[in-house]
Ligand binder design. Structure first.
Ligand SMILES: NC(=O)c1ccc[n+]([C@@H]2O[C@H](COP(=O)([O-])OP(=O)(O)OC[C@H]3O[C@@H](n4cnc5c(N)ncnc54)[C@H](OP(=O)(O)O)[C@@H]3O)[C@@H](O)[C@H]2O)c1
Length: 326
C-alpha cells in the first residue's frame, strides 16, 4: 500500500516508518520543521512538508500523493513542560486532533482513501471510579478535572470522528523508549514525586510496540477503538521507584496531594492519585498484536539502562539485572 503518515518525523513516526517499509508498504511521510526531510529520507520515506492546520495544503498533499491509507500521528508536544496549564500546553496538539483530523478525513473522502488510523490516548481518560483497569467499552471520565477539559474533548472528538468515518483510533498509553522521553529528566532530577499514596494507575507503551500496533491496524478491516498499552498497568508508587532505579537516580520524593496540586497542577495530581489504566485485550484479540515489551519493567531497562545519567553516573547494575529478568 501507499501509506501517508502524518507526523512521520516525530517520536512515534520515526519508529513507524521503518516498520511499514519492512511490511512492504511505500511511505509518504509528512513533516513540518526544516531538517525533518533529511531524517525521513534516511528512513526511506518520501518526505512531504505539510502544516496540518492548513486545510488547503492537506487537501493538495493527499490528492497529490494518492495514498491507499493514512496514519495520523502528528502532535505538537516537543516543548511540553507546563502540565499546570494542561489545556494551554496541549492547545496546538488539540487542533491537530480536531482540525487536522477533519482536514485529513475530508481529503481522504475526496481521494477515495478508505483506510484511516489515528493516534489517540488512553491513560487517565477513563472514569475515575470502579476498577483500576479499563476496557474500550468503559465510560470515559464524565467530569474531567477542569485543566484537562479541552484536551480530553479533543481526544473524544478524534475517537468519534475517526471511527464514524470507518477508521481506527489507537488509544496509546504513555510513550517511552527514547532517551529524551519526557519522564527521564524530571525523574533523574528527583522532580517527579510520589503524590499522596501514589495510587494513580498508569499504562505505558514502548514506542516500538506502539508502532507495531499501527501497522496491524492499517491492515485491519472495520472501524474501532483500541487501547494500545502494555500488560502491566501499575500505580505510580510502583513504577516510579523502578524507573528511578533504572535511570540511576535517587528514589523519588513523596509529597502530599494538596502540595502537588498547588505546584504541578490538578491534571498532574489527578494522574498521580486517581487516574485509571487500560486493558489491551481487545487489541491482542482483534489485531493479533503481540508485544515486544509486555511490561515497562523490561521496557525501561531496554530503553534507558545503556544511557549514562546526566551527572555522569551509570544506572544501577543490580537494577538492570533484576528488572530485565522480571
Ligand atoms: N501517548 C504519549 O505518551 C505521547 C503522545 C505523543 C507524543 N508524546 C511524547 O511527546 C514528546 C514529543 O513528541 P515528538 O518528538 O513526536 O514531537 P512533536 O512535536 O509532538 O511532533 C510529532 C510530529 O508531528 C509533526 N507536527 C507537529 N506540528 C505539526 C503541524 N502543525 N502540522 C503537521 N505536522 C506537525 C512533527 O513534525 P516535525 O518533526 O517536522 O516538527 C512531528 O513529525 C515525545 O517525548 C513523545 O514521546 C507522548
Amino acid at each position: 500500500m501507499r501509506v501517508l503518515v502524518t507526523g512521520a518525523s516525530g517520536a512515534i513516526g520515526t519508529r513507524l516508518v521503518p516498520q511499514l517499509i519492512d511490511a512492504g508498504h511505500h511511505v509518504i511521510g509528512t513533516f513540518r520543521s526544516p531538517g525533518s526531510a533529511e531524517r525521513l529520507r534516511a528512513l526511506a520515506a518520501e518526505p512531504v512538508a505539510l502544516d496540518l492546520l492548513d486545510a488547503d495544503a492537506v487537501r493538495n498533499a493527499v490528492l497529490a500523493s494518492e495514498p491507499d491509507a493514512i496514519v495520523h500521528q502528528a502532535t505538537a508536544l516537543a516543548n511540553l513542560r507546563d502540565l499546570k496549564n494542561f489545556d494551554r500546553s496541549f492547545a496546538e496538539t488539540n487542533r491537530l486532533r480536531t482540525e487536522g483530523t477533519d482536514a485529513l478525513l475530508a481529503a481522504a473522502r475526496e481521494a477515495g482513501v478508505s483506510r484511516f488510523v489515528a493516534q489517540s490516548y488512553a491513560s487517565a481518560r477513563y472514569a475515575r471510579d470502579g476498577g483500576p483497569v479499563k476496557t474500550e467499552d468503559d465510560p470515559l471520565d464524565p467530569t474531567p478535572v477542569p485543566a484537562t477539559r479541552e484536551t480530553w474533548a479533543a481526544l473524544r472528538y478524534l475517537d468519534e470522528t475517526v471511527t464514524g468515518a470507518g477508521g481506527i483510533a489507537l488509544r496509546y498509553g504513555t510513550f517511552y523508549g527514547a532517551s529524551n522521553d519526557g519522564l527521564v529528566w524530571p525523574v533523574r532530577k528527583r522532580q517527579f514525586p510520589i503524590v499522596g499514596k501514589g495510587g494513580g494507575v498508569w499504562s505505558f507503551i514502548h514506542l516500538d510496540d506502539a508502532a507495531a500496533a499501527a501497522v496491524l491496524a492499517l491492515e485491519h478491516d472495520g472501524a474501532g477503538i483500541y487501547n494500545i498499552v502494555d500488560d502491566e498497568p501499575a500505580p505510580l508508587r510502583e513504577w516510579l521507584p523502578v524507573l528511578a532505579e533504572v535511570l540511576g537516580a535517587k528514589p523519588p520524593r513523596r509529597v502530599p496531594a494538596w502540595l502537588a496540586r498547588m505546584f504541578a497542577g490538578e491534571a498532574a495530581a489527578m494522574m498521580a492519585t486517581e487516574g485509571r489504566g487500560a486493558s489491551n485485550a481487545k487489541a491482542k484479540r482483534e489485531l493479533g498484536w503481540e508485544l515486544r515489551y509486555p511490561s515497562w519493567r523490561q521496557g525501561f531497562v531496554a530503553a534507558y539502562a545503556a544511557t549514562a545519567t546526566s551527572d555522569g553516573s551509570q544506572p544501577h547494575r543490580a537494577a538492570r539485572a533484576r528488572h530485565s529478568q522480571a
